[in-house]
Design a binder for this molecule. Structure first.
Ligand code: HOZ
Length: 424
């Protein structure tokens, strides 16, 4: 028995499913999880000393690679001064200034502790501001696990093949309306059905929790005008795309402005952080300025702020950071696609900037239903094969691959070699 297997055996006794987040259980790929002991750059090591080239990157935040020296130094320095005060600190001000200067249209921002919390709070602010209750989300988009968002959500729910979660009272989701990603008419029909009642449309600008599903040309701009026409707010959930596609996230990458944006892990450099923000008039409804309540003892935590500030500073001060990362990723995913095509393997490779995903289907995957046509058995075979070659991919068909600045040309080539072998 391996050390990881022994740890898992212990874990399942006291942790539901042995993990603290469902997809980590490796259930859908027919394996038990590898317990990770260390990460450096683009590499991970597990409890048995196996080494992997990592394409999960903690699900996005490790855009500089693991254990980046600037982030570590900032964390160490902050920790020496105390771990939490539950009081205002200068780093929170610096963080807000940095986010507002980097992100188009960001006038005020509130720090929270996770993407889930960010979305839950942004939705509350949108409802408080508009005085309306209903919300449109898109099937397959994942916006964290607050009750109202667990409607045809992607990520772990999609991996388990369930449309919603137990324990969510009907009342909590009665105002959540589902539209089809990339389908202009389905959202419009909901506005027609509920005139003057829709507070906001929330969308992952690039669907990154049903595998990877990029927006069709014009989809986001069209959502913008649909919201304007109906007096609703547009919320971009940038938990995955923020500071990843570009410094200004999807708003900058696609040139479409949202009213509110939500952020997660990437702005914490690996520490538990989230944020929501946007137009000043909307954010002014948030307490103590306004009547929309939201609070948190650990929000703006000094160590988490130090990590996030260090990471965002590297991202914003490295002039060609995104050009390089996105260029490297384009070349990598183009070759990935070619290898599978040359081998005659039916697949659809979707990729945007440093995010990508292979679906084993002949369909062009543009929404939740298309994504579900993927042969998940074949995905599991591919996952296990790659793992065996030391390539650590997301253990689910319905998650994305993340490249970082730390991925070396050599390691990307090794990954492509492993894929060539799989394809053979
Ligand atoms: N559902 C998360 C990714 N979309 C996975 C989080 C985790 O397991 O850490």
């Amino acid at each position: 028995m391996t050390n990881s297997e022994m740890l898992f055996e212990r874990a399942v006794r006291h942790i539901p499913g042995g993990v603290n987040s469902p997809v980590r259980a490796f259930g859908s790929v027919g394996m038990t999880p590898r317990f990770i002991t260390r990460g450096k750059g683009d590499r991970l090591w597990d409890a048995d000393g196996n080494e992997y080239i990592d394409f999960v990157g903690s699900w996005g935040p490790m855009i500089l690679g693991h254990a980046h020296p600037a982030v570590l130094e900032a964390v160490n320095k902050a920790a020496r001064d105390g771990l939490s005060f539950g009081a205002a600190t200068e780093r929170e001000v610096q963080m807000a200034e940095l986010i507002c200067s980097a992100v188009p249209g960001m006038e005020m921002v509130r720090m929270v502790n996770s993407g889930t919390e960010a979305v839950m709070s942004a939705v509350r602010a949108a409802r408080g501001f508009t005085g309306r209750d209903k919300l449109i989300k898109f099937s397959g988009c994942y916006h964290g696990h607050s009750d109202a968002m667990l409607v045809k959500a992607g990520s772990g729910l999609m991996t388990q093949g369930i449309p919603g979660s137990g324990g969510v009272p009907e009342g909590s989701t009665k105002d959540t309306l589902s539209a089809v990603y990339n389908d202009l008419e389905s959202a419009e029909a909901l506005f027609d059905m509920y005139p003057g009642q829709i507070a906001a449309v929330i969308v992952e600008p690039v669907g990154a929790n049903m595998g990877l599903v990029p927006p069709k040309d014009g989809f986001l701009a069209w959502l913008r005008s649909l919201c304007d026409k109906n007096g609703a707010l547009l919320i971009f959930d940038e938990v995955i795309t923020g500071f990843r596609l570009a410094l200004g996230g999807a708003q900058e990458y696609y040139g479409v402005k949202a009213d509110l944006c939500t952020y997660g892990k990437i702005i914490g450099g690996g520490m538990p952080v989230g944020a929501y923000g946007g137009r000043r008039d909307i954010m002014s409804v948030v307490a103590p300025l306004g009547r929309v309540y939201q609070a948190g003892t650990l929000s703006g935590n000094p160590v988490a702020m130090a990590a996030g500030l260090a990471q965002l500073t590297v991202l914003s001060e490295t002039g060609d950071f995104y050009e390089k990362l996105n260029g490297k990723s384009d070349a990598f995913f183009a070759e990935y696609d070619r290898i599978l095509s040359d081998a005659g393997i039916g697949h659809c490779l979707n990729h945007t900037a440093s995010l990508g995903c292979v679906f084993f289907t002949e369909k062009k995957v543009a929404d939740y239903e298309d994504a579900q046509t993927s042969d998940t058995e074949r995905f599991a075979q591919y996952f296990r094969f790659m793992m065996d070659k030391g390539i650590y991919l997301a253990p689910s068909q319905f998650e994305a691959m993340f490249l970082s600045a730390a991925h070396t040309a050599e390691d990307l080539e090794k990954t492509l070699d492993a894929l060539r072998e799989f394809a053979r």
